[in-house]
Design a binder for this molecule. Structure first.
Ligand code: NAP
Length: 292
């Protein structure tokens, strides 16, 4: 199976690169932002012609929620129009598009884990641009799988785990909000689950489905930070505070828990509990996470 990965320099794209060698049945073509802009039609066409992929995995996105508010033109161009351009190309080449989306499509007003059948209600530029990208893919006529991720973290790129590690090495205490809950997902688990899904679609039959994927379990940002500090053996104290103590630019959902039942049922996936994945990552990287 030939797999073209866009946005391969980001945290999720880097995890695909890290696990690629363990899937000898897959030939990966990794394109980071500098060698493929998903908004550049001729460049996307050239990449499709060169790689002849069976699958495109779209990890490219404009992901800073605050910057999306400041630069909506760029946000829509990448998260909506870039996704649509990949779908047009996928349709023309008979390629499956696996597009990564986000829990942000929901407004976070639920009190029960979000299912794929729940009505999205995106709020803010990042959320709207991601949701509109999804919709254009669904209406493109391409074969697609959309997988919405929970709170993604990795040893690569920028993320909450690395921020907490850095602060907790520098300070005696840190304040973290306890009134927002969600489902963390280690990007390495996410990447492996995606490849496992794709192995079910080797026959090239068309598909059109949306799934949710996060590690098992639920936590607040406070719980998440406290576990990062504890598993790293640091002595920094983690103090619970309310969101009102941390003004941010774009809206953030209060409740971001994703229900994994559909993806587990359809693909027979076994998904690790969030604390187990986090502890494994921090132990494996006890000499320091990647900074690039
Ligand atoms: N991070 C999270 O917590 C989270 C949660 C749920 C879902 N997601 C989704 O998961 C996916 C992967 O996110 P991530 O955390 O890996 O994000 P990331 O680390 O920000 O990586 C995104 C990559 O896309 C690249 N990119 C931006 N514009 C591009 C363009 N026009 N063409 C090609 N590449 C472009 C970026 O390159 P530059 O940095 O050079 O611009 C970056 O390398 C995204 O779809 C995101 O919406 C993320």
């Amino acid at each position: 199976m030939n797999i073209l990965v866009t946005g391969s320099g980001g945290q999720l794209g880097s995890e695909f690169q890290a696990v690629a060698a363990t899937y000898p049945e897959c030939i990966f073509f990794f394109y980071d932002h500098s060698n493929l802009d998903i908004c550049d039609g001729p460049a996307v066409e050239t990449a499709m012609e060169t790689c002849r992929p069976d699958v495109v995995i779209n990890c490219a996105a404009y992901t800073s929620v605050d910057n999306c508010e400041k630069n909506p033109v760029l946000a829509y161009s990448v998260n909506r129009d870039g996704a649509a351009l990949l779908a047009e190309n996928a349709k023309r080449h008979g390629t499956l598009l696996l597009h990564v989306s986000s829990y942000y499509v929901f407004d976070g007003c639920s009190g029960v884990p979000y299912k794929e059948t729940d009505q999205p209600n995106p709020e803010g530029v990042y959320a709207l641009s991601k949701f509109q990208g999804e919709e254009l893919i669904r209406n493109s006529g391409a074969s697609f799988l959309i997988v919405r991720a929970g709170w993604l973290y990795s040893s690569f790129g920028k993320n909450f785990v690395k921020t907490i590690l850095r602060y907790s090495k520098e300070r005696e205490s840190i304040k973290v909000v306890f009134d927002r809950v969600g489902s963390p997902v280690y990007a390495g688990d996410f990447a492996r689950a995606i490849i496992s899904m794709l192995n079910h679609h080797k026959d090239g039959d068309p598909c059109a489905a949306t799934y949710h994927l996060a590690n098992e379990g639920v936590c607040s940002w406070y719980d998440f930070a406290e576990s990062v500090v504890r598993f790293s053996g640091l002595s920094c104290k983690v103090l619970p505070v309310e969101s009102s103590d941390f003004p941010v630019q774009g809206p953030r959902p209060w409740y971001s828990v994703l229900n994994n039942a559909a993806i587990k049922r359809d693909y027979g996936l076994e998904i690790p509990w969030w604390q187990d994945s986090l502890e494994r990552l921090l132990l494996k990287n006890s000499n320091g996470l990647h900074y690039r």
